[in-house]
Design a protein. Structure first.
Length: 600
């Protein structure tokens, strides 16, 4: 209801504006609407493409980081394999723990040299620890100190290594098992076996946990993005930022644990992030990158500013176009309005310049033609008035009173009766009836039976003229007699049948007049067995009957049919009129319909 009230107010306000402002504001509103919709659609589409691009980039980065970590793990596994390929190491490992001190010292030197090669190859290697028995261990470390009497056999990492069936076991970031120092490390452990496949012991390599940071930094993530590593259960095992949380929020943990790769939005650590994760096939760890939504929003805001600037420029252009378009349209109309005002004051000599060949230009042309025509009609009307007055004067001088003619016919009829000339008596009476019927203009519509009676009078007079070769038949249903019909519509059709059909034949002429009810109309047929109409003439006649402007040119002898046709259309409507059928040399039938219910 409120919107409707506002719309009505706007409509009333618009109605008070002149045409220039209606076109200007209307055009501006349309252009603004199109511009706003296109800008909004462009922004939303660009925003979606941006989000898709960031999403694809995040997934690619996560996969690349995981591949780098997996490559690193393969390298570490290769280092462990080198342990079994060095003869000095194998000799030291297989030496007897009860040997001399010199032998033990030499073995320690061999192992130390070998360990130094490892540390030279991998700068992130923190320590190496080999456990063969409680009395036979080898270790090397960059800093810290070895725990006294350290026995790994009861610890979880040792048991997991023994149960791994010769595979490398990776332990997430933790404090060193065998050393007293605080720096976190990632441990790689594996069983040592001899050539016979028998278990000799366990090797443990610790790498600085910062190795993960090094790999992550190579990915060139945004500084505000966060990185997490979790185990298969969603427990956080490493993070690139400070925090106390030990596991991913329960709301999102299932999304991570049930899929190997995925992406979703989440509220974590007090902010909203786009979370992308991927699972390492070697470790089972899940790498998560958390891209702040503010980064996406920043790019979106940049797009919004660009779209706003484009829209503002488009709006300025739209205003100029709307103003120009309104001027072009309304200027000729204003001139035309001034011209009409001039004509209203009685000055018909004005002629306007035609601005263009469009609708407005055609309107100006029509205005110029109209003013010239009006001026011409004024002159002609004045001249016509003078001529009419003169004609009326002459007509009054030459007019014969129709009653005088009627009285004369009655006198002729009386004289013929005295002398016993029946034909003259009858013809005088019939002609007098036709004269009275024709000059009585008080009625435009008459009952159908009166039309029939007038035609009978006409036919009887014609029978005297054409002697024995004219006969007629009239068949009218009772209901039709009282139906109203246009006066003097039937006799001209019959006259046309005699003149163009029967008279040329010269013998055995017959005219049939039929009138009957069909549905909601009265059908009237006038048929003769005269000469008929040639096909070409019939086609021309039908074309002239179908013309809308009532033109009656062409065959002057058939003007009566065309006039009746136009009168019927004028009185009854465009669906009515004459229909002509003819066979050349055989017959002609004229048919017309009138409404069944028509007052008289």
């Amino acid at each position: 209801m409120v919107w409707w009230v506002m719309f009505e107010r706007m409509r009333r306000a618009a109605n008070k504006l002149n045409l220039f402002y209606k076109i200007f504001y209307g055009t501006l509103a349309i252009l603004f609407l199109v511009l706003a919709l296109s800008s909004a659609a462009s922004y939303l589409y660009s925003q979606r493409l941006l989000e898709e691009k960031i999403s694809e980039k995040s997934i690619g980065l996560v996969k690349n980081i995981n591949l780098s970590i997996q490559d690193n793990i393969v390298q570490v596994d290769s280092l462990i394999q080198l342990t079994f390929a060095d003869q000095d190491v194998l000799s030291a490992l297989s030496s007897n723990t009860d040997g001399s001190l010199l032998e033990m010292y030499n073995n320690q030197l061999k192992m130390q040299k070998f360990f130094q090669q490892f540390i030279y190859l991998r700068h992130d290697l923190s320590s190496i620890y080999i456990y063969l028995s409680k009395t036979k261990t080898f270790s090397y470390y960059r800093d810290g100190s070895l725990k006294l009497d350290y026995d790994p056999t009861g610890e979880a990492w040792f048991k997991a290594t023994e149960a791994s069936q010769g595979k490398t076991v990776i332990t997430p970031p933790h404090l060193p098992f065998q050393l007293d120092r605080s720096g976190p490390v990632i441990s790689f452990s594996r069983q040592l076996t001899n050539y016979a496949g028998e278990k000799e012991g366990v090797i443990l390599m610790d790498f600085a946990a910062d190795t993960l940071n090094t790999i992550i930094n190579r990915a060139n993530l945004d500084p505000s993005s966060l990185v997490l590593f979790t185990d298969r259960d969603g427990t956080i095992i490493y993070r690139s930022f400070a925090g106390e949380e030990r596991a991913i929020d329960e709301r999102y943990r299932s999304k991570i644990t049930l899929q190997d790769t995925g992406q979703f939005t989440a509220d974590l650590f007090g902010s909203r992030y786009l979370v992308t994760f991927h699972t390492s096939q070697l470790t089972g760890w899940k790498l998560l990158t958390l891209t702040p939504y503010k980064l996406i929003a920043m790019e979106g805001n940049r797009l919004l500013v660009i779209n706003a600037l484009i829209a503002f420029g488009g709006l300025l252009l739209a205003i100029l176009l709307a103003y120009y378009f309104s001027k072009v349209v309304t200027t000729p109309i204003r001139k035309l309005n001034k011209g009409m005002t001039t004509v209203k004051r009685g000055d018909f000599d004005i002629q306007l310049e035609v601005p263009a060949n469009d609708e407005v230009g055609q309107l100006v042309q029509n205005f110029n033609s109209m003013t010239a025509t009006i001026k011409k009609l004024i002159v002609e009307k004045y001249e016509e008035t003078l001529e009419r007055k003169e004609a009326e004067y002459k007509y009054l001088q030459s007019q014969i009173n129709p009653h005088f003619i009627n009285n004369t016919l009655q006198t002729i009829s009386s004289i013929a009766a005295v002398y016993g000339i029946k034909e003259i008596t009858q013809m005088s009476k019939q002609l007098g009836d036709m004269l009275r019927y024709g000059i009585n203009m008080s009625q435009k519509m008459v009952p159908f039976f009166k039309e029939v009676q007038n035609v009978i009078n006409y036919l009887e007079i014609q029978k005297v003229r054409f002697k024995d070769f004219l006969e007629y038949s009239i068949d009218v249903e009772e209901e039709v007699n009282m139906v109203g019909v246009t006066k003097l519509i039937l006799q001209p059709i019959v006259e046309n049948a005699i003149i163009h059909g029967i008279q040329g034949k010269g013998k055995e002429g017959m005219i049939w007049i039929r009138a009957f009810v069909r549905d909601d109309r009265i059908v009237v047929e006038v048929e003769d067995n005269g000469l008929g109409i040639a096909p070409d003439q019939l086609r021309i006649l039908k074309e002239e009957l179908d013309m809308q402007n009532g033109h009656t040119g062409g065959d002057k002898e058939r003007i009566g049919l065309k006039n009746i046709h136009q009168r019927m259309k004028y009185v009854y409507g465009p669906d009515y009129g004459l229909q002509v059928e003819s066979e050349h040399g055989v017959r002609t039938k004229v048919t017309f319909h009138i409404p069944r219910k028509m007052g008289t």
